[in-house]
Design a protein around this ligand. Sequence first.
Ligand SMILES: Cc1cc2nc3c(=O)[nH]c(=O)nc-3n(C[C@H](O)[C@H](O)[C@H](O)COP(=O)(O)OP(=O)(O)OC[C@H]3O[C@@H](n4cnc5c(N)ncnc54)[C@H](O)[C@@H]3O)c2cc1C
Length: 279
Amino acid sequence: MKTGNVHLHYESELTDIEDQGNSVAAIIRNTRAGDTSSFVGSYLVGTDGSKSTARKLAGIQFPGHTWKERLIAMAIIISFTFMSPLKQPIPEEKSLPEVCGSDTIRRCRPEELTRDETLYTFFEEVLSDPRSFDIWIKERSVYRTHQRLATTIRKRYCPLTGDASHSNNPYGAMGVPPGILDVGSLADARLMILLEGKSNYLLTPWSDARRKVFQYFLDPLTTATLLRLKYPTAASAATDDYFFQGRQNPTPDTLVKEGRPFLEVWGTDMRALAQGYDV
Ligand SMILES: Cc1cc2nc3c(=O)[nH]c(=O)nc-3n(C[C@H](O)[C@H](O)[C@H](O)COP(=O)(O)OP(=O)(O)OC[C@H]3O[C@@H](n4cnc5c(N)ncnc54)[C@H](O)[C@@H]3O)c2cc1C
């Protein structure tokens, strides 16, 4: 931002893309005034989430499946934080945690999902003693989650990152980090193209590498996490599932082994990748 080269346009949405040969124009509509403007650049990076307009305009398909479970995300005010704090919890003071749940939801019609009765029943089910908590639900939203991967995440001038390119369920908190790793490796590729004379073709192995990360790491891992939380009863999971058994007696050795793919597989080293291609 300090360079003056970054400009933010609020209340604006991408409505069209024009391929101009060596450049690309993004057609943006101001959602308040309704007028449109055009911005031209070498690339248009689609970072607009799982329903990505950029992906659709680039004609890229998004195969996979949508989970039948619906999630309700809530911001609640509570006397003390017990889950995923949105700010530093202070004993005896009100704080703001994020809570997600899906158990009660299965029995609800869509219009019932975000009603107070539904949500307070959910808290009664998941909290050991809800009477000891004074809960006020501040915000509530219903989400569907997916396991989907774009058929390419680079169409000529339009690379895609984050949920626009791959989407997985959020159990295990593996939604935001892969998008950051997409952007980091894409930035490395762009710097090599701009400063070191590498060809634009470098974005093709980048797309292939990031798609493989989803296919062989993110998709199976996040699918297993959701199924692990959903199916076994608490009693059988503790004895039957190697993952929960491992949590009971972790050793430094097993923790390092389990953590290694997060360090070695999840990211993409563009410099190492470029060595395999004559670009
Ligand atoms: C209930 C829930 C809980 C989650 N919890 C976690 C968690 O704990 N940890 C975690 O890592 N991940 C979590 N996730 C997943 C995480 O939120 C997503 O993976 C992440 O937000 C994806 O980031 P993104 O920038 O790719 O897309 P998004 O966050 O979806 O951002 C896309 C942006 O593009 C904008 N946009 C859309 N269309 C247009 C258009 N045509 N023109 C201009 N702008 C447009 C949207 O308004 C939005 O601001 C959770 C998801 C859900 C649903």
